[in-house]
Design a protein around this ligand. Structure first.
Ligand SMILES: [Zn+2]
Length: 398
C-alpha cells in the first residue's frame, strides 16, 4: 500500500486535468452566455431607447424579438403591456398581447395570462363583446376564474344585463364561498325598474318579490314597491310598503316623507298621516322623522303645532334641515312674519339646501344629491344613504 503522500502525487495530474476540463467547460458556457447576454442587453437597450424616444411601435418590435431568445422575457412583455394599458395606450397594449399569444412556444399558463391581459385591454377599450368572450372562456380556468368572473360582473352591470349578472354573482358566491345575496337583490330591483319603465307593472312587482326572497332585508324593494303602488293609486299598499322600509332601515326615512304625505292625501286620511309619523318617531329620532311630523301637522292645518314641534326638537338638536323647515313655516305664518335679516337667512339657507349634497356613500364618502343604488365612485351596491343633515362645506358631489 503506497503512503498517502504518494497517492497525492499520483492524483495531482488527474486533479489538474479535471480542473482544466471543468474550467474549460465553464468558460465555454460563460462565453455562450455572454454572447446571448450581449445580444439580449443590446436589444433591451435598443428597446428602452425606442421607449424613451416615444417610439413605442419599434419598442414593441424589439421586445418581441427578445421573446424568441428567452422565454423569461414573457414577464417583461406582460409588464410592458400593463404599462401601456395603464397609460391609456390601449392600441399598443392590444398589439403586444396579440403578438404574445401568437408565439407558439408559450406554455398553457403563459398563454392564458396573455389572453387575460388581452381581455383587460378590450375591456379598457370598451370592446365589451370581445372582452366578455375571453373572460367567459378564462372563467373556466382555475388561475383566472375569480378575476375573470369579477370583470364579467362589471361588464353585465355596465350593459344592464341583470339576468346574466345574477348568474355570474352566483358563480362568484360558489367560487369564493361568500354571500352575494344583497347584490343579487339589487339586480332584481334593477330588473323591476326596467320592467316598470317598460310598462310591465306585474313584472316589476314579481322582480321585487324575488329581491325580497333573495334578501329579506332589502329595503330598496319596499321603497320601490311603495312608489309603484303610489303611482297606481294603491295608497294603503303604498303606506304599508313605506312603513316596512323604515322597519328595515330607518336611515331611509328622508326618502319616504313626501311619498307618505302624497299617499295620505290620496286617501284623504290626515289622521293616518299624523299616526304614521308618530309611529316613526318611536323608531327613530332622526331629523327627517321630526320634519315629517311637522309636515303632517301642517297638512292638518295645525301650523302653530308644527312650529312648536320643530322649535322643541331644535332646542335639543342642531339641524339645518329642521331649522329651514321652521323658518319656512314661520314665514308662512300670518302672525309671525319673519323680519328682514331672518328672512334673508331663510332664503340663503334654502339656496344652500337646494345645492348641498344630501346623500353619501358609507364605503368611500362619495356625496351626491341623489340616492344612487350603486355608488358611482366605488361601484359598491346599497352603500349610499341620506345624510342626517346637510354639510354646506362638502365639495365632492355627483
Ligand atoms: Zn362609494
Amino acid at each position: 500500500m503506497p503512503e498517502p503522500i504518494v497517492w497525492l502525487v499520483l492524483l495531482l495530474p488527474i486533479a489538474a486535468a479535471s480542473g482544466w476540463w471543468a474550467r474549460a467547460r465553464a468558460e465555454r458556457d460563460l462565453d455562450k452566455h455572454n454572447r446571448i447576454s450581449r445580444t439580449v442587453s443590446r436589444d433591451y437597450a435598443s428597446g428602452i431607447t425606442h421607449l424613451v424616444n416615444d417610439d413605442a411601435d419599434r419598442a414593441i418590435e424589439t421586445f418581441s424579438r427578445l421573446l424568441a431568445i428567452d422565454d423569461d422575457t414573457i414577464e417583461t412583455h406582460l409588464a410592458l403591456g400593463n404599462l401601456f394599458r395603464r397609460q391609456g395606450e390601449i392600441d399598443r397594449a392590444l398589439r403586444l398581447h396579440q403578438n404574445l399569444i401568437a408565439r407558439p412556444q408559450l406554455s398553457l399558463g403563459q398563454r392564458n395570462q396573455a389572453r387575460f391581459e388581452l381581455a383587460c385591454d378590450y375591456l379598457r377599450a370598451g370592446v365589451l363583446d370581445r372582452a366578455e368572450r375571453l373572460f367567459d372562456e378564462l372563467a373556466g380556468e382555475q388561475a383566472h376564474a375569480g378575476a375573470s368572473l369579477t370583470r364579467l360582473l362589471g361588464i353585465h352591470e355596465q350593459t344592464r344585463e341583470w339576468n346574466a349578472a345574477i348568474d355570474i354573482a352566483r358563480r362568484i358566491a360558489r367560487l369564493d364561498e361568500v354571500s352575494m345575496d344583497r347584490v343579487v337583490a339589487q339586480y332584481h330591483c334593477e330588473r323591476a325598474g326596467d320592467a316598470f319603465d317598460a310598462g310591465d307593472v306585474t313584472g316589476a312587482f314579481a322582480a321585487l318579490r324575488e329581491a325580497e326572497r333573495v334578501s329579506p332585508s332589502c329595503a330598496r324593494a319596499n321603497l320601490m314597491r311603495g312608489r309603484y303602488q303610489l303611482s297606481v293609486e294603491a295608497y294603503d299598499e303604498a303606506i304599508r310598503a313605506f312603513r316596512r322600509v323604515i322597519v328595515q332601515d330607518s336611515r331611509l326615512i328622508m326618502e319616504i316623507v313626501e311619498p307618505v304625505i302624497s299617499a295620505c292625501r290620496g286617501l284623504g286620511d290626515i289622521d293616518g298621516l299624523l299616526r304614521f309619523f308618530d309611529q316613526m318617531l318611536a323608531r327613530t329620532d332622526a331629523a327627517p322623522a321630526h320634519i315629517g311630523r311637522a309636515k303632517s301637522l301642517y297638512e292638518a292645518g295645525r301650523l302653530d303645532e308644527a312650529i312648536a314641534h320643530l322649535s322643541r326638537y331644535l332646542q335639543g338638536q342642531a339641524n339645518w334641515l329642521a331649522f329651514h323647515t321652521l323658518l319656512e313655516y314661520s314665514a308662512a305664518h300670518g302672525r309671525t312674519r319673519l323680519n328682514g335679516p331672518l328672512d334673508s337667512l331663510r332664503q340663503a339657507l334654502g339656496q344652500i339646501i337646494r345645492q348641498a349634497p344630501t346623500h353619501a356613500c358609507d364605503g368611500c364618502g362619495f356625496s351626491s344629491r341623489y340616492l344612487h343604488w350603486q355608488c358611482p365612485s366605488c361601484r359598491r351596491w346599497d352603500t349610499i344613504r341620506p345624510l342626517a343633515d346637510i354639510a354646506p362645506a362638502t365639495t365632492r358631489s355627483g
